[in-house]
Design a protein around this ligand. Structure first.
Ligand code: GDP
Length: 302
């Protein structure tokens, strides 16, 4: 995960310095460390309220467990590392009691939303391949009639990945196309139908309206928002707007292989209380990883 590599290094550095630092005073060292962590997070575009909560949590935990004077540096270090690790996990963890789990021999409809360029069409194919590999009968529907070429792109991806697809060159109503695609695949006993939608409109409001209309017809079992990890602070506002129109239940974070700051995306997750389920780590169909907060933070901290 290139996006956050620098952030991880800086947090690690701060934790490692916490003990070898100038002061013999535990509280002073904790404060110095927290200052460095806070700066690193803010410079990676993590929302200020989240950063402040994280700082307060770490501080109160560490002060409550202040090591006795006889304890070794190694013990203290372990405590600090664990506390920082746990709080970083909390930052990206949205514990969902009943995560979506498609069932075989049933029709599971998954609808994708997200802005143009976020990696939506690519991620639809990646998810389709992921489920196909696990024995599901999967179909792709292109309900983006706004962008010329959207259907061709999905079609090419689908053919390359050998996934059946549905779309139309002539129908201009995306709701109609979505409806037809779902009906066709349902009739053919497909187990997972993935619906790609438009990512852009003349007006933003029209895009959100379209998401509402499509979702009324499609009745998705799962709605996924695709979010480009590199868009920074804008991620939060964008996610909230999509949440209002399509109440997505999961996020796929894309372009985690890039160099941009990824903190905005972390903030978006927290702002919408929605879990990240996969991350995209490249343009290829297999550049796709299941997301788990613990392994994410472990990788982040190297
Ligand atoms: P859409 O407009 O949201 O459907 O976006 P596309 O799926 O067309 O993706 C936009 C661009 O981002 C394409 O060039 C994709 O190859 C690229 N892309 C998508 N996901 C990733 C990713 O995880 N990593 C990288 N490096 N590129 C990606």
């Amino acid at each position: 995960i290139m996006v956050l590599a620098d952030l991880g290094k800086r947090i690690n550095g701060a934790v490692n310095n916490a003990l070898s630092n100038t002061s013999d005073d535990y509280a002073v060292n904790v404060d110095t460390m927290l200052k460095a962590i806070v700066t690193a997070l803010l410079e990676s575009d993590v929302n200020i309220a989240l950063v402040s909560r994280l700082r307060n949590n770490i501080k109160s935990k560490l002060m409550a467990q202040k090591p006795a004077s006889g304890s070794t540096n190694a013990q203290t270090k372990k405590l600090i590392q664990k506390t920082v690790f746990d709080e970083l996990c909390n930052l990206v963890d949205c514990d969902v009691k009943e995560p979506f789990n498609p069932k075989k021999k049933q029709c599971n409809v998954i609808m994708f939303v997200g802005l143009q360029g976020s990696g939506k069409t690519t991620s639809c194919t990646k998810l389709a391949v992921y489920y196909q590999k696990r024995g599901f009968k999967v179909g792709l529907v292109c309900a983006d009639t706004f962008r010329a070429g959207a259907f061709d792109q999905l079609k090419q991806n689908a053919i390359k990945a050998r996934i059946p697809f549905y779309g139309s060159y002539t129908e201009t109503d995306p709701v109609q196309v979505a409806d037809e695609g779902i009906k066709k695949f349902k009739k053919e006993k497909f187990e997972i139908i993935i619906v790609d939608t438009s990512g852009r409109h003349r007006q933003e409001e029209a895009l959100f309206q379209e998401m509402i209309e499509i979702s009324h017809v499609v009745k998705p079992n799962q709605t996924i928002m695709v979010l480009d990890a590199s868009i920074g602070q804008a991620a939060e506002q964008q996610s909230k707007a999509f949440k209002d129109s399509s109440d997505f239940g999961a996020i796929i974070l894309t372009k985690m292989d890039g160099h941009a700051k990824g903190g905005g995306a972390i903030s978006a997750v927290a702002a919408t209380h929605t879990p990240i389920i996969f991350i995209g780590t490249g343009e290829h169909v297999h550049d796709f990883e299941k997301f788990s907060p613990k392994s994410f933070v472990s990788k982040l901290l190297g």
